[in-house]
Design a protein around this ligand. Structure first.
Ligand code: SF4
Ligand code: FE
Length: 484
């Protein structure tokens, strides 16, 4: 079939029979729901940009499996140049959507499973790599969006999966059949699941021998029997359902969704299983996935950051304060922080290496440094944007008040900016900054910067492991002439 157009993608999601709940209601039409549609549009952008000739090199590539042209979001990276292009593509998408465009979790799962299944097969003589390659060919050929699902609810964090009082708090195999397995459990924070054709499940923590039933990885269609999706609330989400609130929404075309996903006795056929009981490989899979996704943040968050910096610069212009030296300095600081994140994303890509399976893995130390910075810098960029914007971004009356003839004339008179800038322009920028720092996009830009791809402590553990402090001690000893 080859590449899907944006339009075809939307229609392909319409055909799914997803079991979705939101704000206490069953959502029959996911595609046209005003709260969900902006997040669907963000994924659609990954198809639309691939249609544009100017982005062909960034958005599309040749499959290492079939040699066919594919969307880069379904690619198995074949060299460091691919890893770099991945980050650049994510920055581009962030700039175009100012939100989480959701398709990277699948891409990062593909690459970590491709290399891990190869190594499991080598040790255990299993067929996971073959299974996974067939699945990948299907995904590439149909140009599908796949949701990578990793995080389990985890219950009592001090206990391993098999010691939990409720055994379902980590997703597990509840029945083994000749033709496959039956799965029960849940995954939390599922980015873009309502916009995905398939869900690719992986374990969430390294496991011990007695956690065998929990060491499971597989892919099934998102509308499989037994899957229930409960969409998460986001700050200001119901503004999207209001009439005449396009401006109040801040970013009316794009957004992101996160959901709690329940797997209630879902059947998985044998050829869709990529790990089943080989507990010692759970850690490898997670480490590789986390590495790729920490690299990803050096692209997507930077692209969204570009929009936030642009918004801050615009409001300074509308407010007539572009010449103030402290404002110039704050904008420079925002750029410095944003480009530092990008530098980390590019660096961990440039230092990538080939796995035994043949695809390319990022440098783990630098990817973790990248994500550790992401847990901090977007907060500082957001703080500076709020500083520059001033209080109106949270005290501004609504679009409906602006359209009411009684109140609208006052807003026009008292909220206009410098050099004849009309109130409406300032309102639009204030609402965009509000959206990015406190509204629906803040899920993807702020809190996800903290916790997405692993909370800060997870990166510090990896940095501690990868940094090779012993070697640094030897360096110091050599310079100081210390002999043991
Ligand atoms: Fe992609 Fe960033 Fe969203 Fe993750 S948070 S899915 S990397 S856009
Ligand atoms: Fe994420």
């Amino acid at each position: 079939m080859g590449l899907m157009t944006g339009k075809e993608y939307i229609e392909s999601i319409r055909k799914l029979d997803l079991n979705v709940y939101m704000l206490g209601e069953k959502i029959e039409n996911v595609v046209d729901d005003p709260i969900l549609r902006p997040s669907l549009n963000s994924v659609k952008a990954t198809y639309e940009l691939a249609e544009k000739p100017e982005y062909e090199d960034l958005m599309t590539t040749k499959s290492i499996l079939t040699g066919n042209k594919i969307n880069r979001f379904t690619h198995l990276h074949k060299n460091t140049d691919d890893l770099i292009k991945k980050v650049k593509m994510q920055r581009l998408l962030g700039q175009n959507t100012a939100s989480c465009f959701q398709r990277c979790v699948g891409m990062d799962s593909f690459n970590s499973l491709f290399s891990t299944t190869y190594e499991i097969d080598q040790k255990h003589n299993t067929k996971y790599h073959e299974n996974f390659k067939s699945f990948m060919e299907y995904v590439q050929e149909k140009d599908l969006t796949v949701d990578g699902a990793m995080t389990d609810p985890k219950g009592d964090r001090s206990l391993p999966p098999n010691k939990q009082e409720d055994k379902d708090l980590f997703l597990r195999v509840v029945e083994r059949r000749k033709d496959g397995v039956v799965i029960r459990g849940a995954k939390v924070h599922q980015t873009g699941i309502t916009n995905s054709h398939e869900v690719l499940v992986m374990p969430t923590i390294a496991m011990r021998e007695d956690d065998k039933d929990y060491a499971i990885s597989f892919a099934v269609p998102t509308d499989s029997d037994g899957i229930t999706i409960i969409v998460g609330r986001q700050s200001c989400d119901t503004r999207k359902r209001e009439k005449n609130a396009d401006i109040d929404v801040g970013n009316r075309n794009y957004g992101g969704t996160e959901a709690l996903v329940i797997f209630e006795d879902v059947f998985v056929p044998n050829d869709r299983i990529f790990l089943n009981g080989e507990t010692e490989f759970a850690g490898m899979l997670i480490e590789r996935f986390a590495g790729y996704h920490r690299q990803s943040y050096g692209g997507c968050k930077v692209g969204v950051g570009d929009v936030l910096i642009g918004s801050a610069a615009l409001i300074t212009e509308y407010n007539g304060i572009t010449k103030a030296s402290h404002i110039k300095d704050k904008l420079i600081e925002m750029c410095h922080l944003n480009e530092t994140l990008y530098a980390c994303g590019i660096a961990c890509s440039a230092e990538g290496y080939q796995t035994k399976a043949g695809n390319y893995q990022i440098d783990l130390l630098l990817a973790n440094v990248c994500k550790q910075n992401v847990t901090r810098f977007p907060y500082e960029i957001a703080r500076l944007a709020e500083d520059i914007a001033g209080g109106l971004m949270v005290t501004l009356p609504s679009q409906k008040d602006y359209e009411n003839p009684v109140t609208g004339k006052y807003m026009e008179k008292y909220l206009k900016g410098a050099n004849g800038v009309p109130a409406i322009k300032r309102m639009k920028v204030f609402r965009l900054i509000e959206n990015l720092t406190l509204g629906t996009a803040a899920v993807g830009y702020r809190t996800e910067s903290m916790h997405g791809a692993g909370s800060p402590q997870a990166q510090r553990i990896m940095i501690g492991r990868q940094a090779n402090i012993e070697q640094k001690k030897e360096l110091a000893k050599a310079i100081a002439n210390i002999e043991d």
